[in-house]
Design a protein around this ligand. Structure first.
Ligand SMILES: *Cc1c(COP(=O)(O)O)cnc(C)c1O
Length: 389
């Protein structure tokens, strides 16, 4: 059976260049980079080389990069560490309603520790307005965390403007850029931000490795206690194969992103147009222009996204309904609800996310299969009558 993977926002396959770069660090060069002997010191050099590559991708300094176990840890470290280190200044945190749970739930956890949390609303496209941040920010605000690109609908925020408002107020600005890095240009200096999270497995690197960019001079309390690795910011023996894989993936993105973006946007357009032409009663969600390449988020009226995923899976098509985590529960996506989409419509959501290896034939196959799947489910739906709406 033909298999078509259209769930790149959940994870991506490791690029062959990346796998090749990682390989020696499992066996031949397995040494602990903190050891004294020269083979271990060579591994240390490779770790530092990877740090330089990640820094280059973000236009940061190598000393501003702290390797973590991925996006979730980076978000936890930024928010908890940033809030705790600046507690003297105040106890107010601002985030948005469409964040990943690694940000939302971390902020809610701080609420239990006595912080006050403001969750900013978004408009119908999933955009946070600078005015709403301006209104919510106050002298006690220690931290603002707003995601760069949304994982469900792909909407990109005006981070530069939002960060400027935070800076004017003396508040730290963090962005979860897990869905932006690898897809669009990300320049921490141009954005004027204090912290940024990224994750390797969202851009053709391995799972279990990511980093937090922390601007020089920004005070953050480290979450883990133990060894003095990562300039005392992240205790624990370094994940050397992962770090070297992340470095290689960063280099891969620097070299190939623009060309990939162009190709993926073309295929995305083909998919969008194809859905529009073939299926009635569809609502595309996300911003019409300001969005990352490759994310097609759509709601089909009168049906359940979950059932759609099962029927698509039977035909070899791998996709998602809302985020991978929330698809286990039958709750409608908090992102779509925050955008003002009704629960009934949000339940019929499908996310198709394209990647560097997606082919025109894959899109054509989806366009062949999807109309039948939607029709079959609608025929069984009590909400749907042929000829309506
Ligand atoms: C995947 C993802 C995360 C979590 O990253 P992990 O490396 O899987 O922990 C965080 N935020 C966003 C927006 C994501 O898409």
């Amino acid at each position: 059976m033909k298999l078509v993977y259209l769930d790149h926002n959940a994870t991506t396959p490791v690029a062959s260049e990346v796998l090749e770069a990682m390989h020696p660090y499992f066996r031949e060069d397995f040494y602990n980079p903190s050891s004294i002997y020269s083979p271990a010191q060579k591994v240390r050099e490779k770790v530092e080389e990877a740090r330089l590559k990640v820094a280059r991708l973000l236009n940061a300094e190598p000393s501003e990069i702290v390797f973590t176990s991925g996006g979730t840890e980076a978000n936890n470290q930024a928010i908890i560490g940033g809030a705790r280190a600046n507690r003297k200044k105040g106890n107010h945190i601002i985030t948005s309603a469409i964040e990943h749970h690694a940000v939302l739930d971390t902020c809610l956890r701080l609420e239990k520790e006595g912080f006050e949390v403001t969750v900013l609303p978004v408009d119908q496209y999933g955009t946070v307005s600078p005015e709403s941040l301006q209104k919510a920010i106050k002298p006690e605000t220690v931290l603002v965390s707003i995601m760069y690109a949304n994982n469900e609908v792909g909407t990109v925020q005006d981070i530069k403007t939002l960060a400027h408002i935070a800076r004017q107020n003396g508040s730290l600005f963090h962005t979860d850029a897990v869905q932006a890095v690898g897809k669009i240009k990300v320049d921490v200096k141009e954005l004027g931000i204090d912290m940024l999270s990224l994750s390797a497995h969202k851009f053709y690197g391995p799972k279990g490795i990511g980093c937090l960019y922390i601007k020089k001079g920004v005070k953050v309390e480290s979450l883990l206690t133990g060894g003095g690795q990562e300039n005392k910011m992240r205790a624990g023996t370094e994940n050397t194969p992962g770090i070297i894989g992340l470095g290689r993936a960063a280099e891969f993105i620097l070299e190939n992103r623009e060309e990939m973006e162009k190709r993926i946007r073309e295929l995305e357009e083909l998919l969008r147009q194809g859905i529009k032409d073939r299926i009635p009663d569809v609502i595309f969600t996300g911003h019409p222009e300001n969005r990352v390449p490759g994310c097609v988020s759509v709601c089909f009226k009168y049906i359940e996204g979950e059932s759609m995923l099962l029927l698509l899976d039977q035909q070899g098509i791998m996709a998602s309904s809302g985020s991978a985590c929330s698809s286990k529960s039958l709750k409608a996506s908090h992102v779509l609800l925050a955008m003002g989409i009704t629960p009934e419509i949000a339940h019929g959501s499908l996310r198709l996310s394209l990647g560097k290896d997606t082919k025109r034939e894959d899109i054509e196959y989806v366009l062949e299969v999807l109309p039948g799947v939607v029709e079959k489910l609608r025929a069984m739906s009590p909400l749907y009558r042929r000829g309506d709406g």
